[in-house]
Design a protein around this ligand. Structure first.
Ligand code: F3S
Length: 755
């Protein structure tokens, strides 16, 4: 069911040799993350002194994890690659589509009914291609990965931003878009800009109410939501070693909230203990044997300022509990200052609901410590003022904490246990009354607290804290309550102080579970049929995109000339459209509807040259496509910035757009366009953007000579018969031109597979 020990042993067998080699070609001592990255170079990657923040490097990750929302399009695409099996161990986790409403059991049944076709598809496609499937209710991707797959020294990618959670087990784990996952599963290299390195030195030891969560809440306050962009945050120091493995996971998980590429801790005894406790003794032994390399070089630790781009120091001895929020995870307030700051800002201080759990904070230790606070409500005869919910991260944790009596404790304070799934963390919380949009406050131990994130209500003030602090605040029902100093009045009128939380890091009786919810793939999947109903509006099998016919594209029309910012959200909006992530034709109805038309400064209203009518962008595109008229999209600077969402490249391709010509591209989107067989071009002279008119007809003049480094010329014939020839640049290498010729990168892989 679980990890691939042979694969991991292979990684360890020459890890030290690779690190020694890397130290030589990098010409300096290495951080722990650099060791892992350099030990996972793609075989074809040229070894040289990579420059942080500059060099684009090809890597060979050890594994891939996908959650159910992003896995749909990734796997539909993977099916196009013509492979029999995935090239690296991969898993799918059904966790994002489960709504939290009345409680685990009923909510799960409802989710299974509602998402049945998506689950059937994911299960059958996983079964066919050798992918492990974790069914609905098995747990949240990152908790399940930590319990089963993460390993020190490994490199993994996952189609979810909090994949970084696995850094708690000493792994470089990075969140990516579906297209990257497809590449790796199809056996291609995975490209990443070599990250910068931020070092966080932890000294001392947590005590009292302070928890691992408070480390990252403080770091978020220092770095802010953008401070980690393009960097790996690497923790070290005696304080780092004192933290539990799952506590490290929490810290790494929320590294996503500072924009970090990932976060990581070096291998240590607490990781070894966690591996043993989660039934991976062999792996722990194998990691112990190479422990001396699974950390930064001694020179780096001795002089961190010299080897990291930035160093932060935090003393755990004096760390206070924090509450971060509202509306942003980097607004960090120590609990002792909350009263004053909340009053100053006019934040509503009555707490309506306290929510613990999620992929960020649902370890055994988290639940045990929260329960130690919850049980004091009964012992000290306190009324629990707020509602309280628990979202376990996995069935293994849920089963174990139930066995050990913690769920009973929560039940006694009126706690409601939701399914082992994302639920309230991703807006899948059918919170009663949320539609009234009343101003209110909630506290939770999740990671994100943007407006509307939990319950869809823009007036919900969400604050993020440790599970133990959230529990204390739920009892008090008051945001300004500081459990370190403040007393609560109990039902007898006595003033009582809550004792400090306590709880075991790992279960004394070991973890236990009845049905972990894992479905292993077939040994030979060749006979397995992938289940997709042709009438489904959520799923659609992909048709391969048409290969290039070798001729110049002529008679093309301008679909839209986008003005100003055009992010992947403008190109393929999220929100209600997420439902159609697995259905390319349906989701294409959101194509470019957020882009501003440069000719009328309106969104989703463009002129169609065939009938002269103004209409929504997708409608115009469909009309051209039906009539066999190719189209091009023109854009401004940094076109396609934002996310790595592959839909933003697939939709135009699907609706007949042949080229995207812009002043500049966001690099990931440019690559995604190339992968889908489109032409991604930039103006040689940016001022030529102004020459393009609404009624233009566009002819490529030399596409038949498409070659690396060679400019392409496009003729724009204006309505009055005048012409402008516009010279464009591109960054296609020979291999990428092969993608264009074949119709897409996946078409090319398929062709090569057949040869
Ligand atoms: Fe799910 Fe929230 Fe984690 S959406 S994966 S529980 S960040």
């Amino acid at each position: 069911m679980t990890f691939d020990l042979d694969m991991i042993k292979k990684v360890y067998s020459d890890f030290e040799t690779r690190v020694n080699d890397a130290r030589a070609f990098m010409g300096r001592p290495l951080t722990y993350s650099e060791k892992i990255l350099c030990a996972h170079l793609d075989p074809k990657q040229v070894k040289e002194a990579f420059k942080r923040g500059e060099s684009y490097v090809d890597f060979a990750p050890d594994r891939v994890a996908m959650q159910d929302a992003t896995a749909q399009m990734a796997l539909l695409q993977f099916m196009q690659a013509g492979k029999k099996q995935v090239a690296v161990p991969s898993t799918v986790h059904a966790d994002h589509l489960i709504q939290a409403r009345v409680g685990a059991e009923k909510d799960l049944i409802e989710a299974e009914n509602k998402n049945n076709e998506v689950y059937q598809f994911l299960q059958s496609v996983s079964n066919k291609y050798g992918i492990g499937f974790w069914k609905a209710g098995a747990g949240i991707i990152h908790q399940v990965v930590l319990e089963n797959y993460a390993f020190p020294g490994g490199l993994m990618i996952g189609t979810d931003s909090h994949t970084v959670n696995a850094g708690g087990l000493g792994m470089v784990a990075i969140g990516v878009g579906g297209a990257d996952a497809v590449d790796v599963m199809a056996g291609m290299a995975w490209e990443l800009k070599f990250p910068k390195m931020i070092g966080v030195k932890l000294t001392g030891k947590l005590n009292g109410w302070a928890a691992a969560k408070d480390v990252i809440l403080k770091v978020a306050g220092i770095l802010t939501v953008k401070g980690g962009t393009g960097a790996i945050v690497e923790y070290f120091g005696d304080g780092a070693e004192s933290l539990s493995c799952t506590g490290k996971g929490t810290i790494c998980n929320m590294g996503a909230e500072v924009g970090a590429t990932t976060s990581i801790f070096a291998y240590d005894n607490n990781m070894s203990k966690y591996l043993r406790s989660t039934d991976r003794e062999d792996l722990a032994d194998a990691a112990d044997a190479v422990a001396h390399v699974l950390k930064a070089d001694p020179e780096v630790l001795a002089e961190p300022q010299k080897y990291f781009d930035e160093v932060i120091e935090i003393n755990l001895d004096t760390l206070e509990p924090y509450l971060n929020g509202p509306f942003t995870p980097d607004l960090a307030t120590p609990i002792s200052q909350m009263k004053e700051i909340a009053e100053k800002n006019g934040w509503p201080t009555k707490i309506e609901v306290g929510l613990i759990g999620s992929c960020t904070n649902s370890s055994y230790e988290d639940i045990a410590r929260a329960a130690s606070v919850a049980k004091q409500a009964k012992e000290k005869n306190l009324e629990v003022k707020a509602e309280y919910t628990i979202t376990p991260g996995s069935e293994q944790v849920r089963f174990t904490v139930e066995r050990d009596g913690f769920l009973k404790t929560f039940d006694e304070i009126g706690g409601k246990v939701f399914a082992n799934a994302c639920g309230p963390c991703i807006g899948q919380w059918a919170r009663e009354g949320a539609e009234k949009q009343e101003k209110n406050t909630i506290v939770h131990s999740f990671n994100r607290n943007f407006s509307k994130r939990a319950d869809g209500n823009p007036n919900t003030y969400a604050f993020v804290g440790s599970p133990e602090l959230v529990t204390a605040l739920a009892i008090a029902g008051d945001l300004t309550f500081n459990p370190l100093t403040d007393k609560l009045k109990n039902k007898d009128g006595e003033m009582v102080l809550l004792d400090e939380p306590n709880g075991d890091e790992l279960p004394r009786l070991g973890f236990d579970v009845d049905d972990p919810g894992y479905i292993a793939p077939a040994e030979d999947g060749s006979k397995v049929e992938v289940v997709v109903s042709p009438t489904s509006d959520r799923l659609q099998l992909l048709e391969p995109f048409t290969p290039w016919d070798g001729k110049n594209i002529t008679g093309a029309k301008l679909l839209i000339k986008a003005y100003g910012k055009c992010t992947t959200d403008h190109i393929s909006m999220a929100g209600p459209w997420l439902k159609y992530r697995g259905h390319l034709d349906n989701i294409s109805n959101n194509m470019l509807i957020g882009a501003v038309n440069a000719f009328n400064m309106e969104t989703n209203n463009v002129k169609n040259e065939e009938d002269g009518q103004y209409k929504p962008v997708p409608d115009s595109a469909r009309q051209y496509k039906a009539d066999g008229v190719p189209t091009i999209v023109v854009g401004d600077e940094n076109y396609g910035e934002g996310s790595s969402r592959e839909h933003a490249a697939m939709e135009p391709r699907h609706l007949g757009v042949r080229a995207v010509l812009v002043k500049s591209f966001a690099r990931i989107h440019e690559t995604n366009l190339k992968k889908q067989g489109m032409l991604a071009l930039t103006f040689d002279n940016k001022e030529d953007y102004e020459k393009i008119q609404e009624d233009d007809t566009i002819n490529f003049l030399d596409l038949d000579q498409f070659a690396p480094g060679k400019q392409l010329s496009l003729e724009f014939v204006h309505a009055d018969g005048t012409k402008d020839v516009i010279v464009t640049n591109h960054t296609y290498n020979a291999g990428q031109i092969g993608w264009f010729k074949a119709g897409s990168a996946l078409n090319l892989i398929k062709l090569m597979e057949k040869q």
